[in-house]
Design a protein around this ligand. Structure first.
Ligand code: NAD
Length: 294
């Protein structure tokens, strides 16, 4: 069994992104990512500050806007409009989930599609489904890159995605069965109403677990030599301590799988790296600069 080292692959991507930042800077463009937070959730605050630190590391300018969680929803929509109009901002990320009195769909629709580095605007979702993505959503793109780094040929492979969310399951399936590099897999999407999940996962060459259920994928559900990508991030109590586990029973599955991503250190760092990738890509597109994307 091989561990797929997401931290190492992400570090390579960050280094390539830093080169793109240099190219852009030489062309007079300082790439900038705006993060927007309208939530009191401590986890969301942590995610946003991690994204800002990542920007700093590769030379992307980080701009952060906190919108008071008690403020009327219009304040968030106005903030997005201002960032859309600001030529010095190339990517906009509104940290989800936003507070309840805000219409999430309106937020997703409000971000200029050219600056939508999450890839969640309906136009960008449509382009992905049509096989012509502008920005591949960060987690699915990171998964595709991890499979490539692990030497997995997806063409004609059986892939099973467990989970059908808009941010992970659906776009991951689209990339896996789509045309192009890292695609052409025969892809099945399983979800909470799937009758016999193990029957599907057992025939898979590639299993992507994105259900948010701690350690639900066990050794008997995985075929010998399969590649297992664990997207899950679940906090559980173990021996009286709080710890992070994925959706895969890592210790059980690692003997059966051919390759597996650990949690942490697998998909997580890739999600963050692909956001930086999308940001330099956005800046390059908006200013017509050629960059050598990693
Ligand atoms: P979600 O809750 O929006 O969707 C979960 C999906 O799993 C649903 O489609 C549901 O039908 C399916 N599901 C739930 N229970 C199931 C079961 N028993 N059998 C089969 N399918 C089942 O979650 P999400 O936003 O897609 O995230 C999934 C997991 O990935 C979470 O643990 C989340 O924290 C994690 N995540 C990690 C990253 C990362 O960068 N590593 C990024 C996004 C999400």
């Amino acid at each position: 069994m091989t561990d797929i080292d997401g931290s190492a692959v992400a570090a390579e991507i960050r280094s390539g992104v830093a080169n793109c930042v240099e190219t852009l800077t030489e062309a007079g463009v300082e790439p900038a990512l705006a993060t927007v937070l309208m939530s009191d959730d401590p986890a969301s605050e942590t995610y946003v500050s991690m994204k800002q630190n990542d920007c700093e590391e590769v030379g992307i300018e980080g701009v952060h806007v906190d919108v008071d969680s008690e403020a009327p929803a219009a304040e968030l929509y106005d903030t997005i409009d201002e960032l859309n109009a600001d030529d010095g901002v190339h990517g906009i990320l509104v940290q989800m989930p936003v507070v309840d009195h805000v219409d999430t769909r309106r937020v997703l629709r409000s971000v200029d599609p050219a600056k939508d580095v999450d890839g969640f605007h309906p136009e960008n979702v449509g382009r992905l489904v049509a096989g012509n993505p502008r920005f591949k959503p960060c987690t699915p793109h990171g998964i595709q890159r991890l499979l490539d780094a692990a030497g997995v040929d997806t063409e004609g492979a059986e892939a099973v995605v467990v989970g059908r969310s808009d941010i992970v399951g659906k776009p991951t399936a689209n990339l896996l069965f789509g045309r192009g590099e890292g695609g052409h897999a025969t892809t099945t999407v399983c979800h909470s109403r799937t009758e016999d999940l193990a029957e599907h996962t057992r025939r898979a060459d590639v299993v992507v677990a994105a259900a948010g259920v701690p350690e639900m994928i066990t050794a008997d559900m995985v075929s010998e030599g399969a590649t297992v990508i664990d997207v899950g991030i679940n906090r559980v109590e173990r021996d009286g301590e709080s710890t992070l586990v994925g959706d895969v029973d890592y210790e059980g599955v690692r003997d059966t799988a051919g390759a597996i991503t650990p949690v942490p250190g697998g998909v997580g760092p890739m999600t963050r790296a692909m956001l930086l990738y999308n940001t330099v890509n956005a800046a390059a597109e908006q200013h017509g600069v050629d960059v050598d994307l990693p």
